[in-house]
Design a protein around this ligand. Structure first.
Ligand code: 7RM
Length: 649
């Protein structure tokens, strides 16, 4: 049987960067990109050695790459560096010392601004609190916090003393937190009394109390006061941050860390069973985050940069904390929901802080489309000059809306493909160079040798859908799965010898542009035709009556699998047989009869992870009518699941 994924969607629109954008861009010529990319692949040691040389080293490295123990890469061997010093100390002696590092807005409307000098001081004091509790280099510290400045400080304070941080998204349950604390054997948890979400208090301390119950090895719970709700207190274990602050000074030299020392763990849910603690190194990770931030977001000193992700997700690690701060950028950080107190909250923030670079997820863009253009049009978005997306393929309809309504048709859009495992952006347009095509993440970043292969490792031809592969090591690649070497090798390195397997399907078009087809576990096989769920979804969403769609396969005696589509109709449109027929017809014209759903289920919401990814595995079980055995701990809204399950009732 063929393992190819059929290519069904065609997109002919092209968007070259404007002359105005190119005039000031860091990189503005195709030749420049081609030359740099070629060097990064052919001579990675000199390329990355030069980039790494821009960071402040405590002790220089003597070798750029050691791949002799593949898949265990060692980058910048022999060097010593500290991530918090890269993000903070290096700016103190420059014109950036008084520059705003973090411009924060709480959901209730309170604000706080920290300059690089101020953030440095806060991080040093924070680090001294950790030290005063005996926390030291190599210890694991769980961080479970709302999106407040202290979250960034906690991350950087751990990095400063060489403790390994493990950020757990503040919306996760006590159980999810408990599993992650246990897997990493964390000795401390940094949290807050609560955080604001949609006008309500998320009681984080309560979850922590449940999550650490019975774990004697957790000797410290450090609590930041945010929402002032009542909390239970263990006088041995718990300490208030604001009280501890009074007892420490602001002098804390950064711990010299070996390039390959672990900087952090971050858990991702695997396709089965227990979440994987992805391990990232210090220097390689920083070099990746630093360089991608600079080139993908074309960062200039005047920019006000806003990434809307949560720090509990890799996007927040790389593009709220490490990447932007290593570059001395001004970063906006927002605590709350995008529609609190009104659906225009994000645009109000863009206007107020004159955001120039804005990075969000397709799922958020589709929500804005659904809420209506009037909430966008009320605000002045003329400060924006560059837009980005991440998390899943962006359907061309959402891309065009983003381009027109948010970007005012003047901002390039960078559709960035990457993973927790890649550490930093791997496939992306460069905004001053790349002519974009809506829905394509375009071309590999420097150092990324991306190819589309079949199961046997043969490279496929133009427009043949297959498996995405990365054929060379890159600095910010994962260094392992915490405590599970076997799973690390099996999951990522066993498909083809020496090549990294990300688990995504892709095709390369005639211009060498990459189109990500979604997770290969999500591919549907109808009568021997392998279809990407993403493409069928994209066809559905291109119908005017649809805002969102998720497509899965259910077993079918005749065709192997049959397509089931879960569809959210646009505002004011209700489910009807007529709509059903119209959608079937639409998919038929867009893709072909073959891709017509056997069943369409209308729903007002889809089950998603907290980072906005549709949980197709759950939908697959629902479509097949079986009880789910999947890990549901990362689901955003259980009510959605319950509703879908009771569909037939
Ligand atoms: C950053 C992040 C990784 C998975 C990845 C893909 C999907 C991410 C895009 C995308 C198409 C994109 N890390 N993905 N970005 N698919 N186009 N621009 O999302 O570890 O949480 O997820 O997300 O399937 O493998 S993650």
């Amino acid at each position: 049987m063929s393992d190819r994924i059929e290519n069904v969607l065609h997109e002919n629109r092209r968007f070259p960067p404007s002359d105005a954008f190119r005039a000031d861009a860091r990189l503005s010529s195709e030749d420049g990109y081609a030359r740099m990319h070629r060097e990064s692949i052919e001579d990675p040691e000199s390329f990355w050695g030069r980039v790494a040389g821009e960071l402040p080293w405590i002790q220089p490295f003597d070798k750029v790459l050691d791949w002799s123990e593949a898949p265990r890469a060692k980058w910048f061997v022999g060097g010593k560096i500290n991530a918090s010093a890269v993000c903070l100390d290096q700016h103190l002696e420059s014109i950036r010392s008084g520059k705003r590092a973090i411009v924060w807005e709480g959901e209730p409307g309170d604000t706080r601004t920290l300059t690089y000098t101020e953030l440095h001081t806060e991080v040093c004091r924070f680090a001294n609190i950790l030290k005063s509790r005996g926390i030291k280099k190599g210890d694991r510290v769980a961080i479970y916090m709302p999106m407040i400045p202290e979250l960034a400080m906690a991350v950087l304070a751990c990095a400063r003393i060489g403790a390994i941080h493990s950020v757990v998204f503040g919306g996760f349950s006590a159980q999810a937190l408990s599993d992650r604390i246990e897997d990493g054997e964390c000795c401390a948890v940094i949290t807050a009394d609560g955080g604001w979400r949609r006008g309500k208090i998320l009681e984080l301390k309560k979850e922590v109390d449940a999550g650490v119950a019975g774990k004697d090895y957790v000797h410290t719970v450090l609590v930041v006061r945010r929402t002032e709700n009542d909390v239970d207190w263990d006088h041995e274990r718990d300490i208030w941050y604001h009280e501890a602050l009074l007892k420490v000074d602001a002098e804390c030299p950064p711990e010299p860390m070996d390039s390959e020392d672990v900087l952090f763990l971050l858990y991702t849910s695997g396709s089965t069973g227990k979440p994987k603690g992805i391990v990232h190194s210090t220097a390689g990770y920083l070099v990746g985050a630093y360089m991608t931030t600079q080139f993908v977001f074309d960062l200039q000193d005047e920019d006000v940069y806003w990434c809307t992700a949560d720090v509990g997700w890799i996007t927040g690690h790389s593009y709220i904390v490490y990447g932007p701060l290593a570059n001395g950028a001004t970063c906006v950080m927002y605590e709350g929901a995008p529609n609190t107190p009104h659906p225009g909250r994000f645009w109000e923030i863009v206007q107020r802080h004159e955001v120039s670079v804005f990075y969000t997820a397709p799922t958020a863009i589709r929500a804005f489309m659904k809420w209506g253009d009037e909430h966008v049009e009320k605000h002045d978005l003329s400060s924006l000059r560059l837009l980005g997306t991440v998390g899943e393929s962006i359907n061309p309809e959402a891309w065009m809306w983003y381009h027109q309504k948010i970007g005012g048709e003047r901002c390039p859009i960078v559709d960035t493909w990457w993973q927790t495992e890649t550490g930093s952006i791997a496939i992306t347009p460069l905004p001053g160079v790349t002519t974009t095509k809506p829905g394509s993440a375009t071309r590999p970043f420097f150092g990324i040798d991306a190819a589309v292969l079949d199961e046997d490792g043969n490279e496929l031809g133009a427009n043949e859908g297959g498996l995405l592969a990365i054929r060379k090591p890159w600095p910010s690649m994962l260094r392992g799965i915490w405590g599970d070497e076997e799973r690390f090798r099996e999951t990522y390195w066993s498909k083809w010898p020496g090549y990294y397997f990300p688990g995504d399907g892709a095709r390369k078009d005639e211009d060498g542009y990459l189109w990500i087809l979604g997770r290969v576990d999500d591919v549907i096989n109808v009568s021997g035709h392998r279809l990407s769920t993403m493409e069928v979804e994209s066809a559905l969403v291109s119908h005017e009556s649809v805002v969102e769609a998720a497509v899965v396969g259910r077993p079918d005696d005749l065709t192997g699998q049959a397509i089931v589509a879960f569809v959210t109709p646009a505002a004011g449109i209700s489910a009807s047989d007529e709509l059903l027929r119209a959608l079937s017809e639409h998919v038929s014209t867009e893709i072909g009869k073959l891709a017509r759903p056997a069943e369409v289920r209308f729903t007002d919401a889809l089950p998603k992870t907290r980072s906005g990814k549709i949980m197709r595995r759950l939908l697959r079980d629902i479509a097949a009518g079986v009880e789910t055995v999947q890990d549901t701990s990362t689901i955003e809204d259980y009510a959605v699941l319950a509703k879908l399950r009771n569909y037939d009732d």
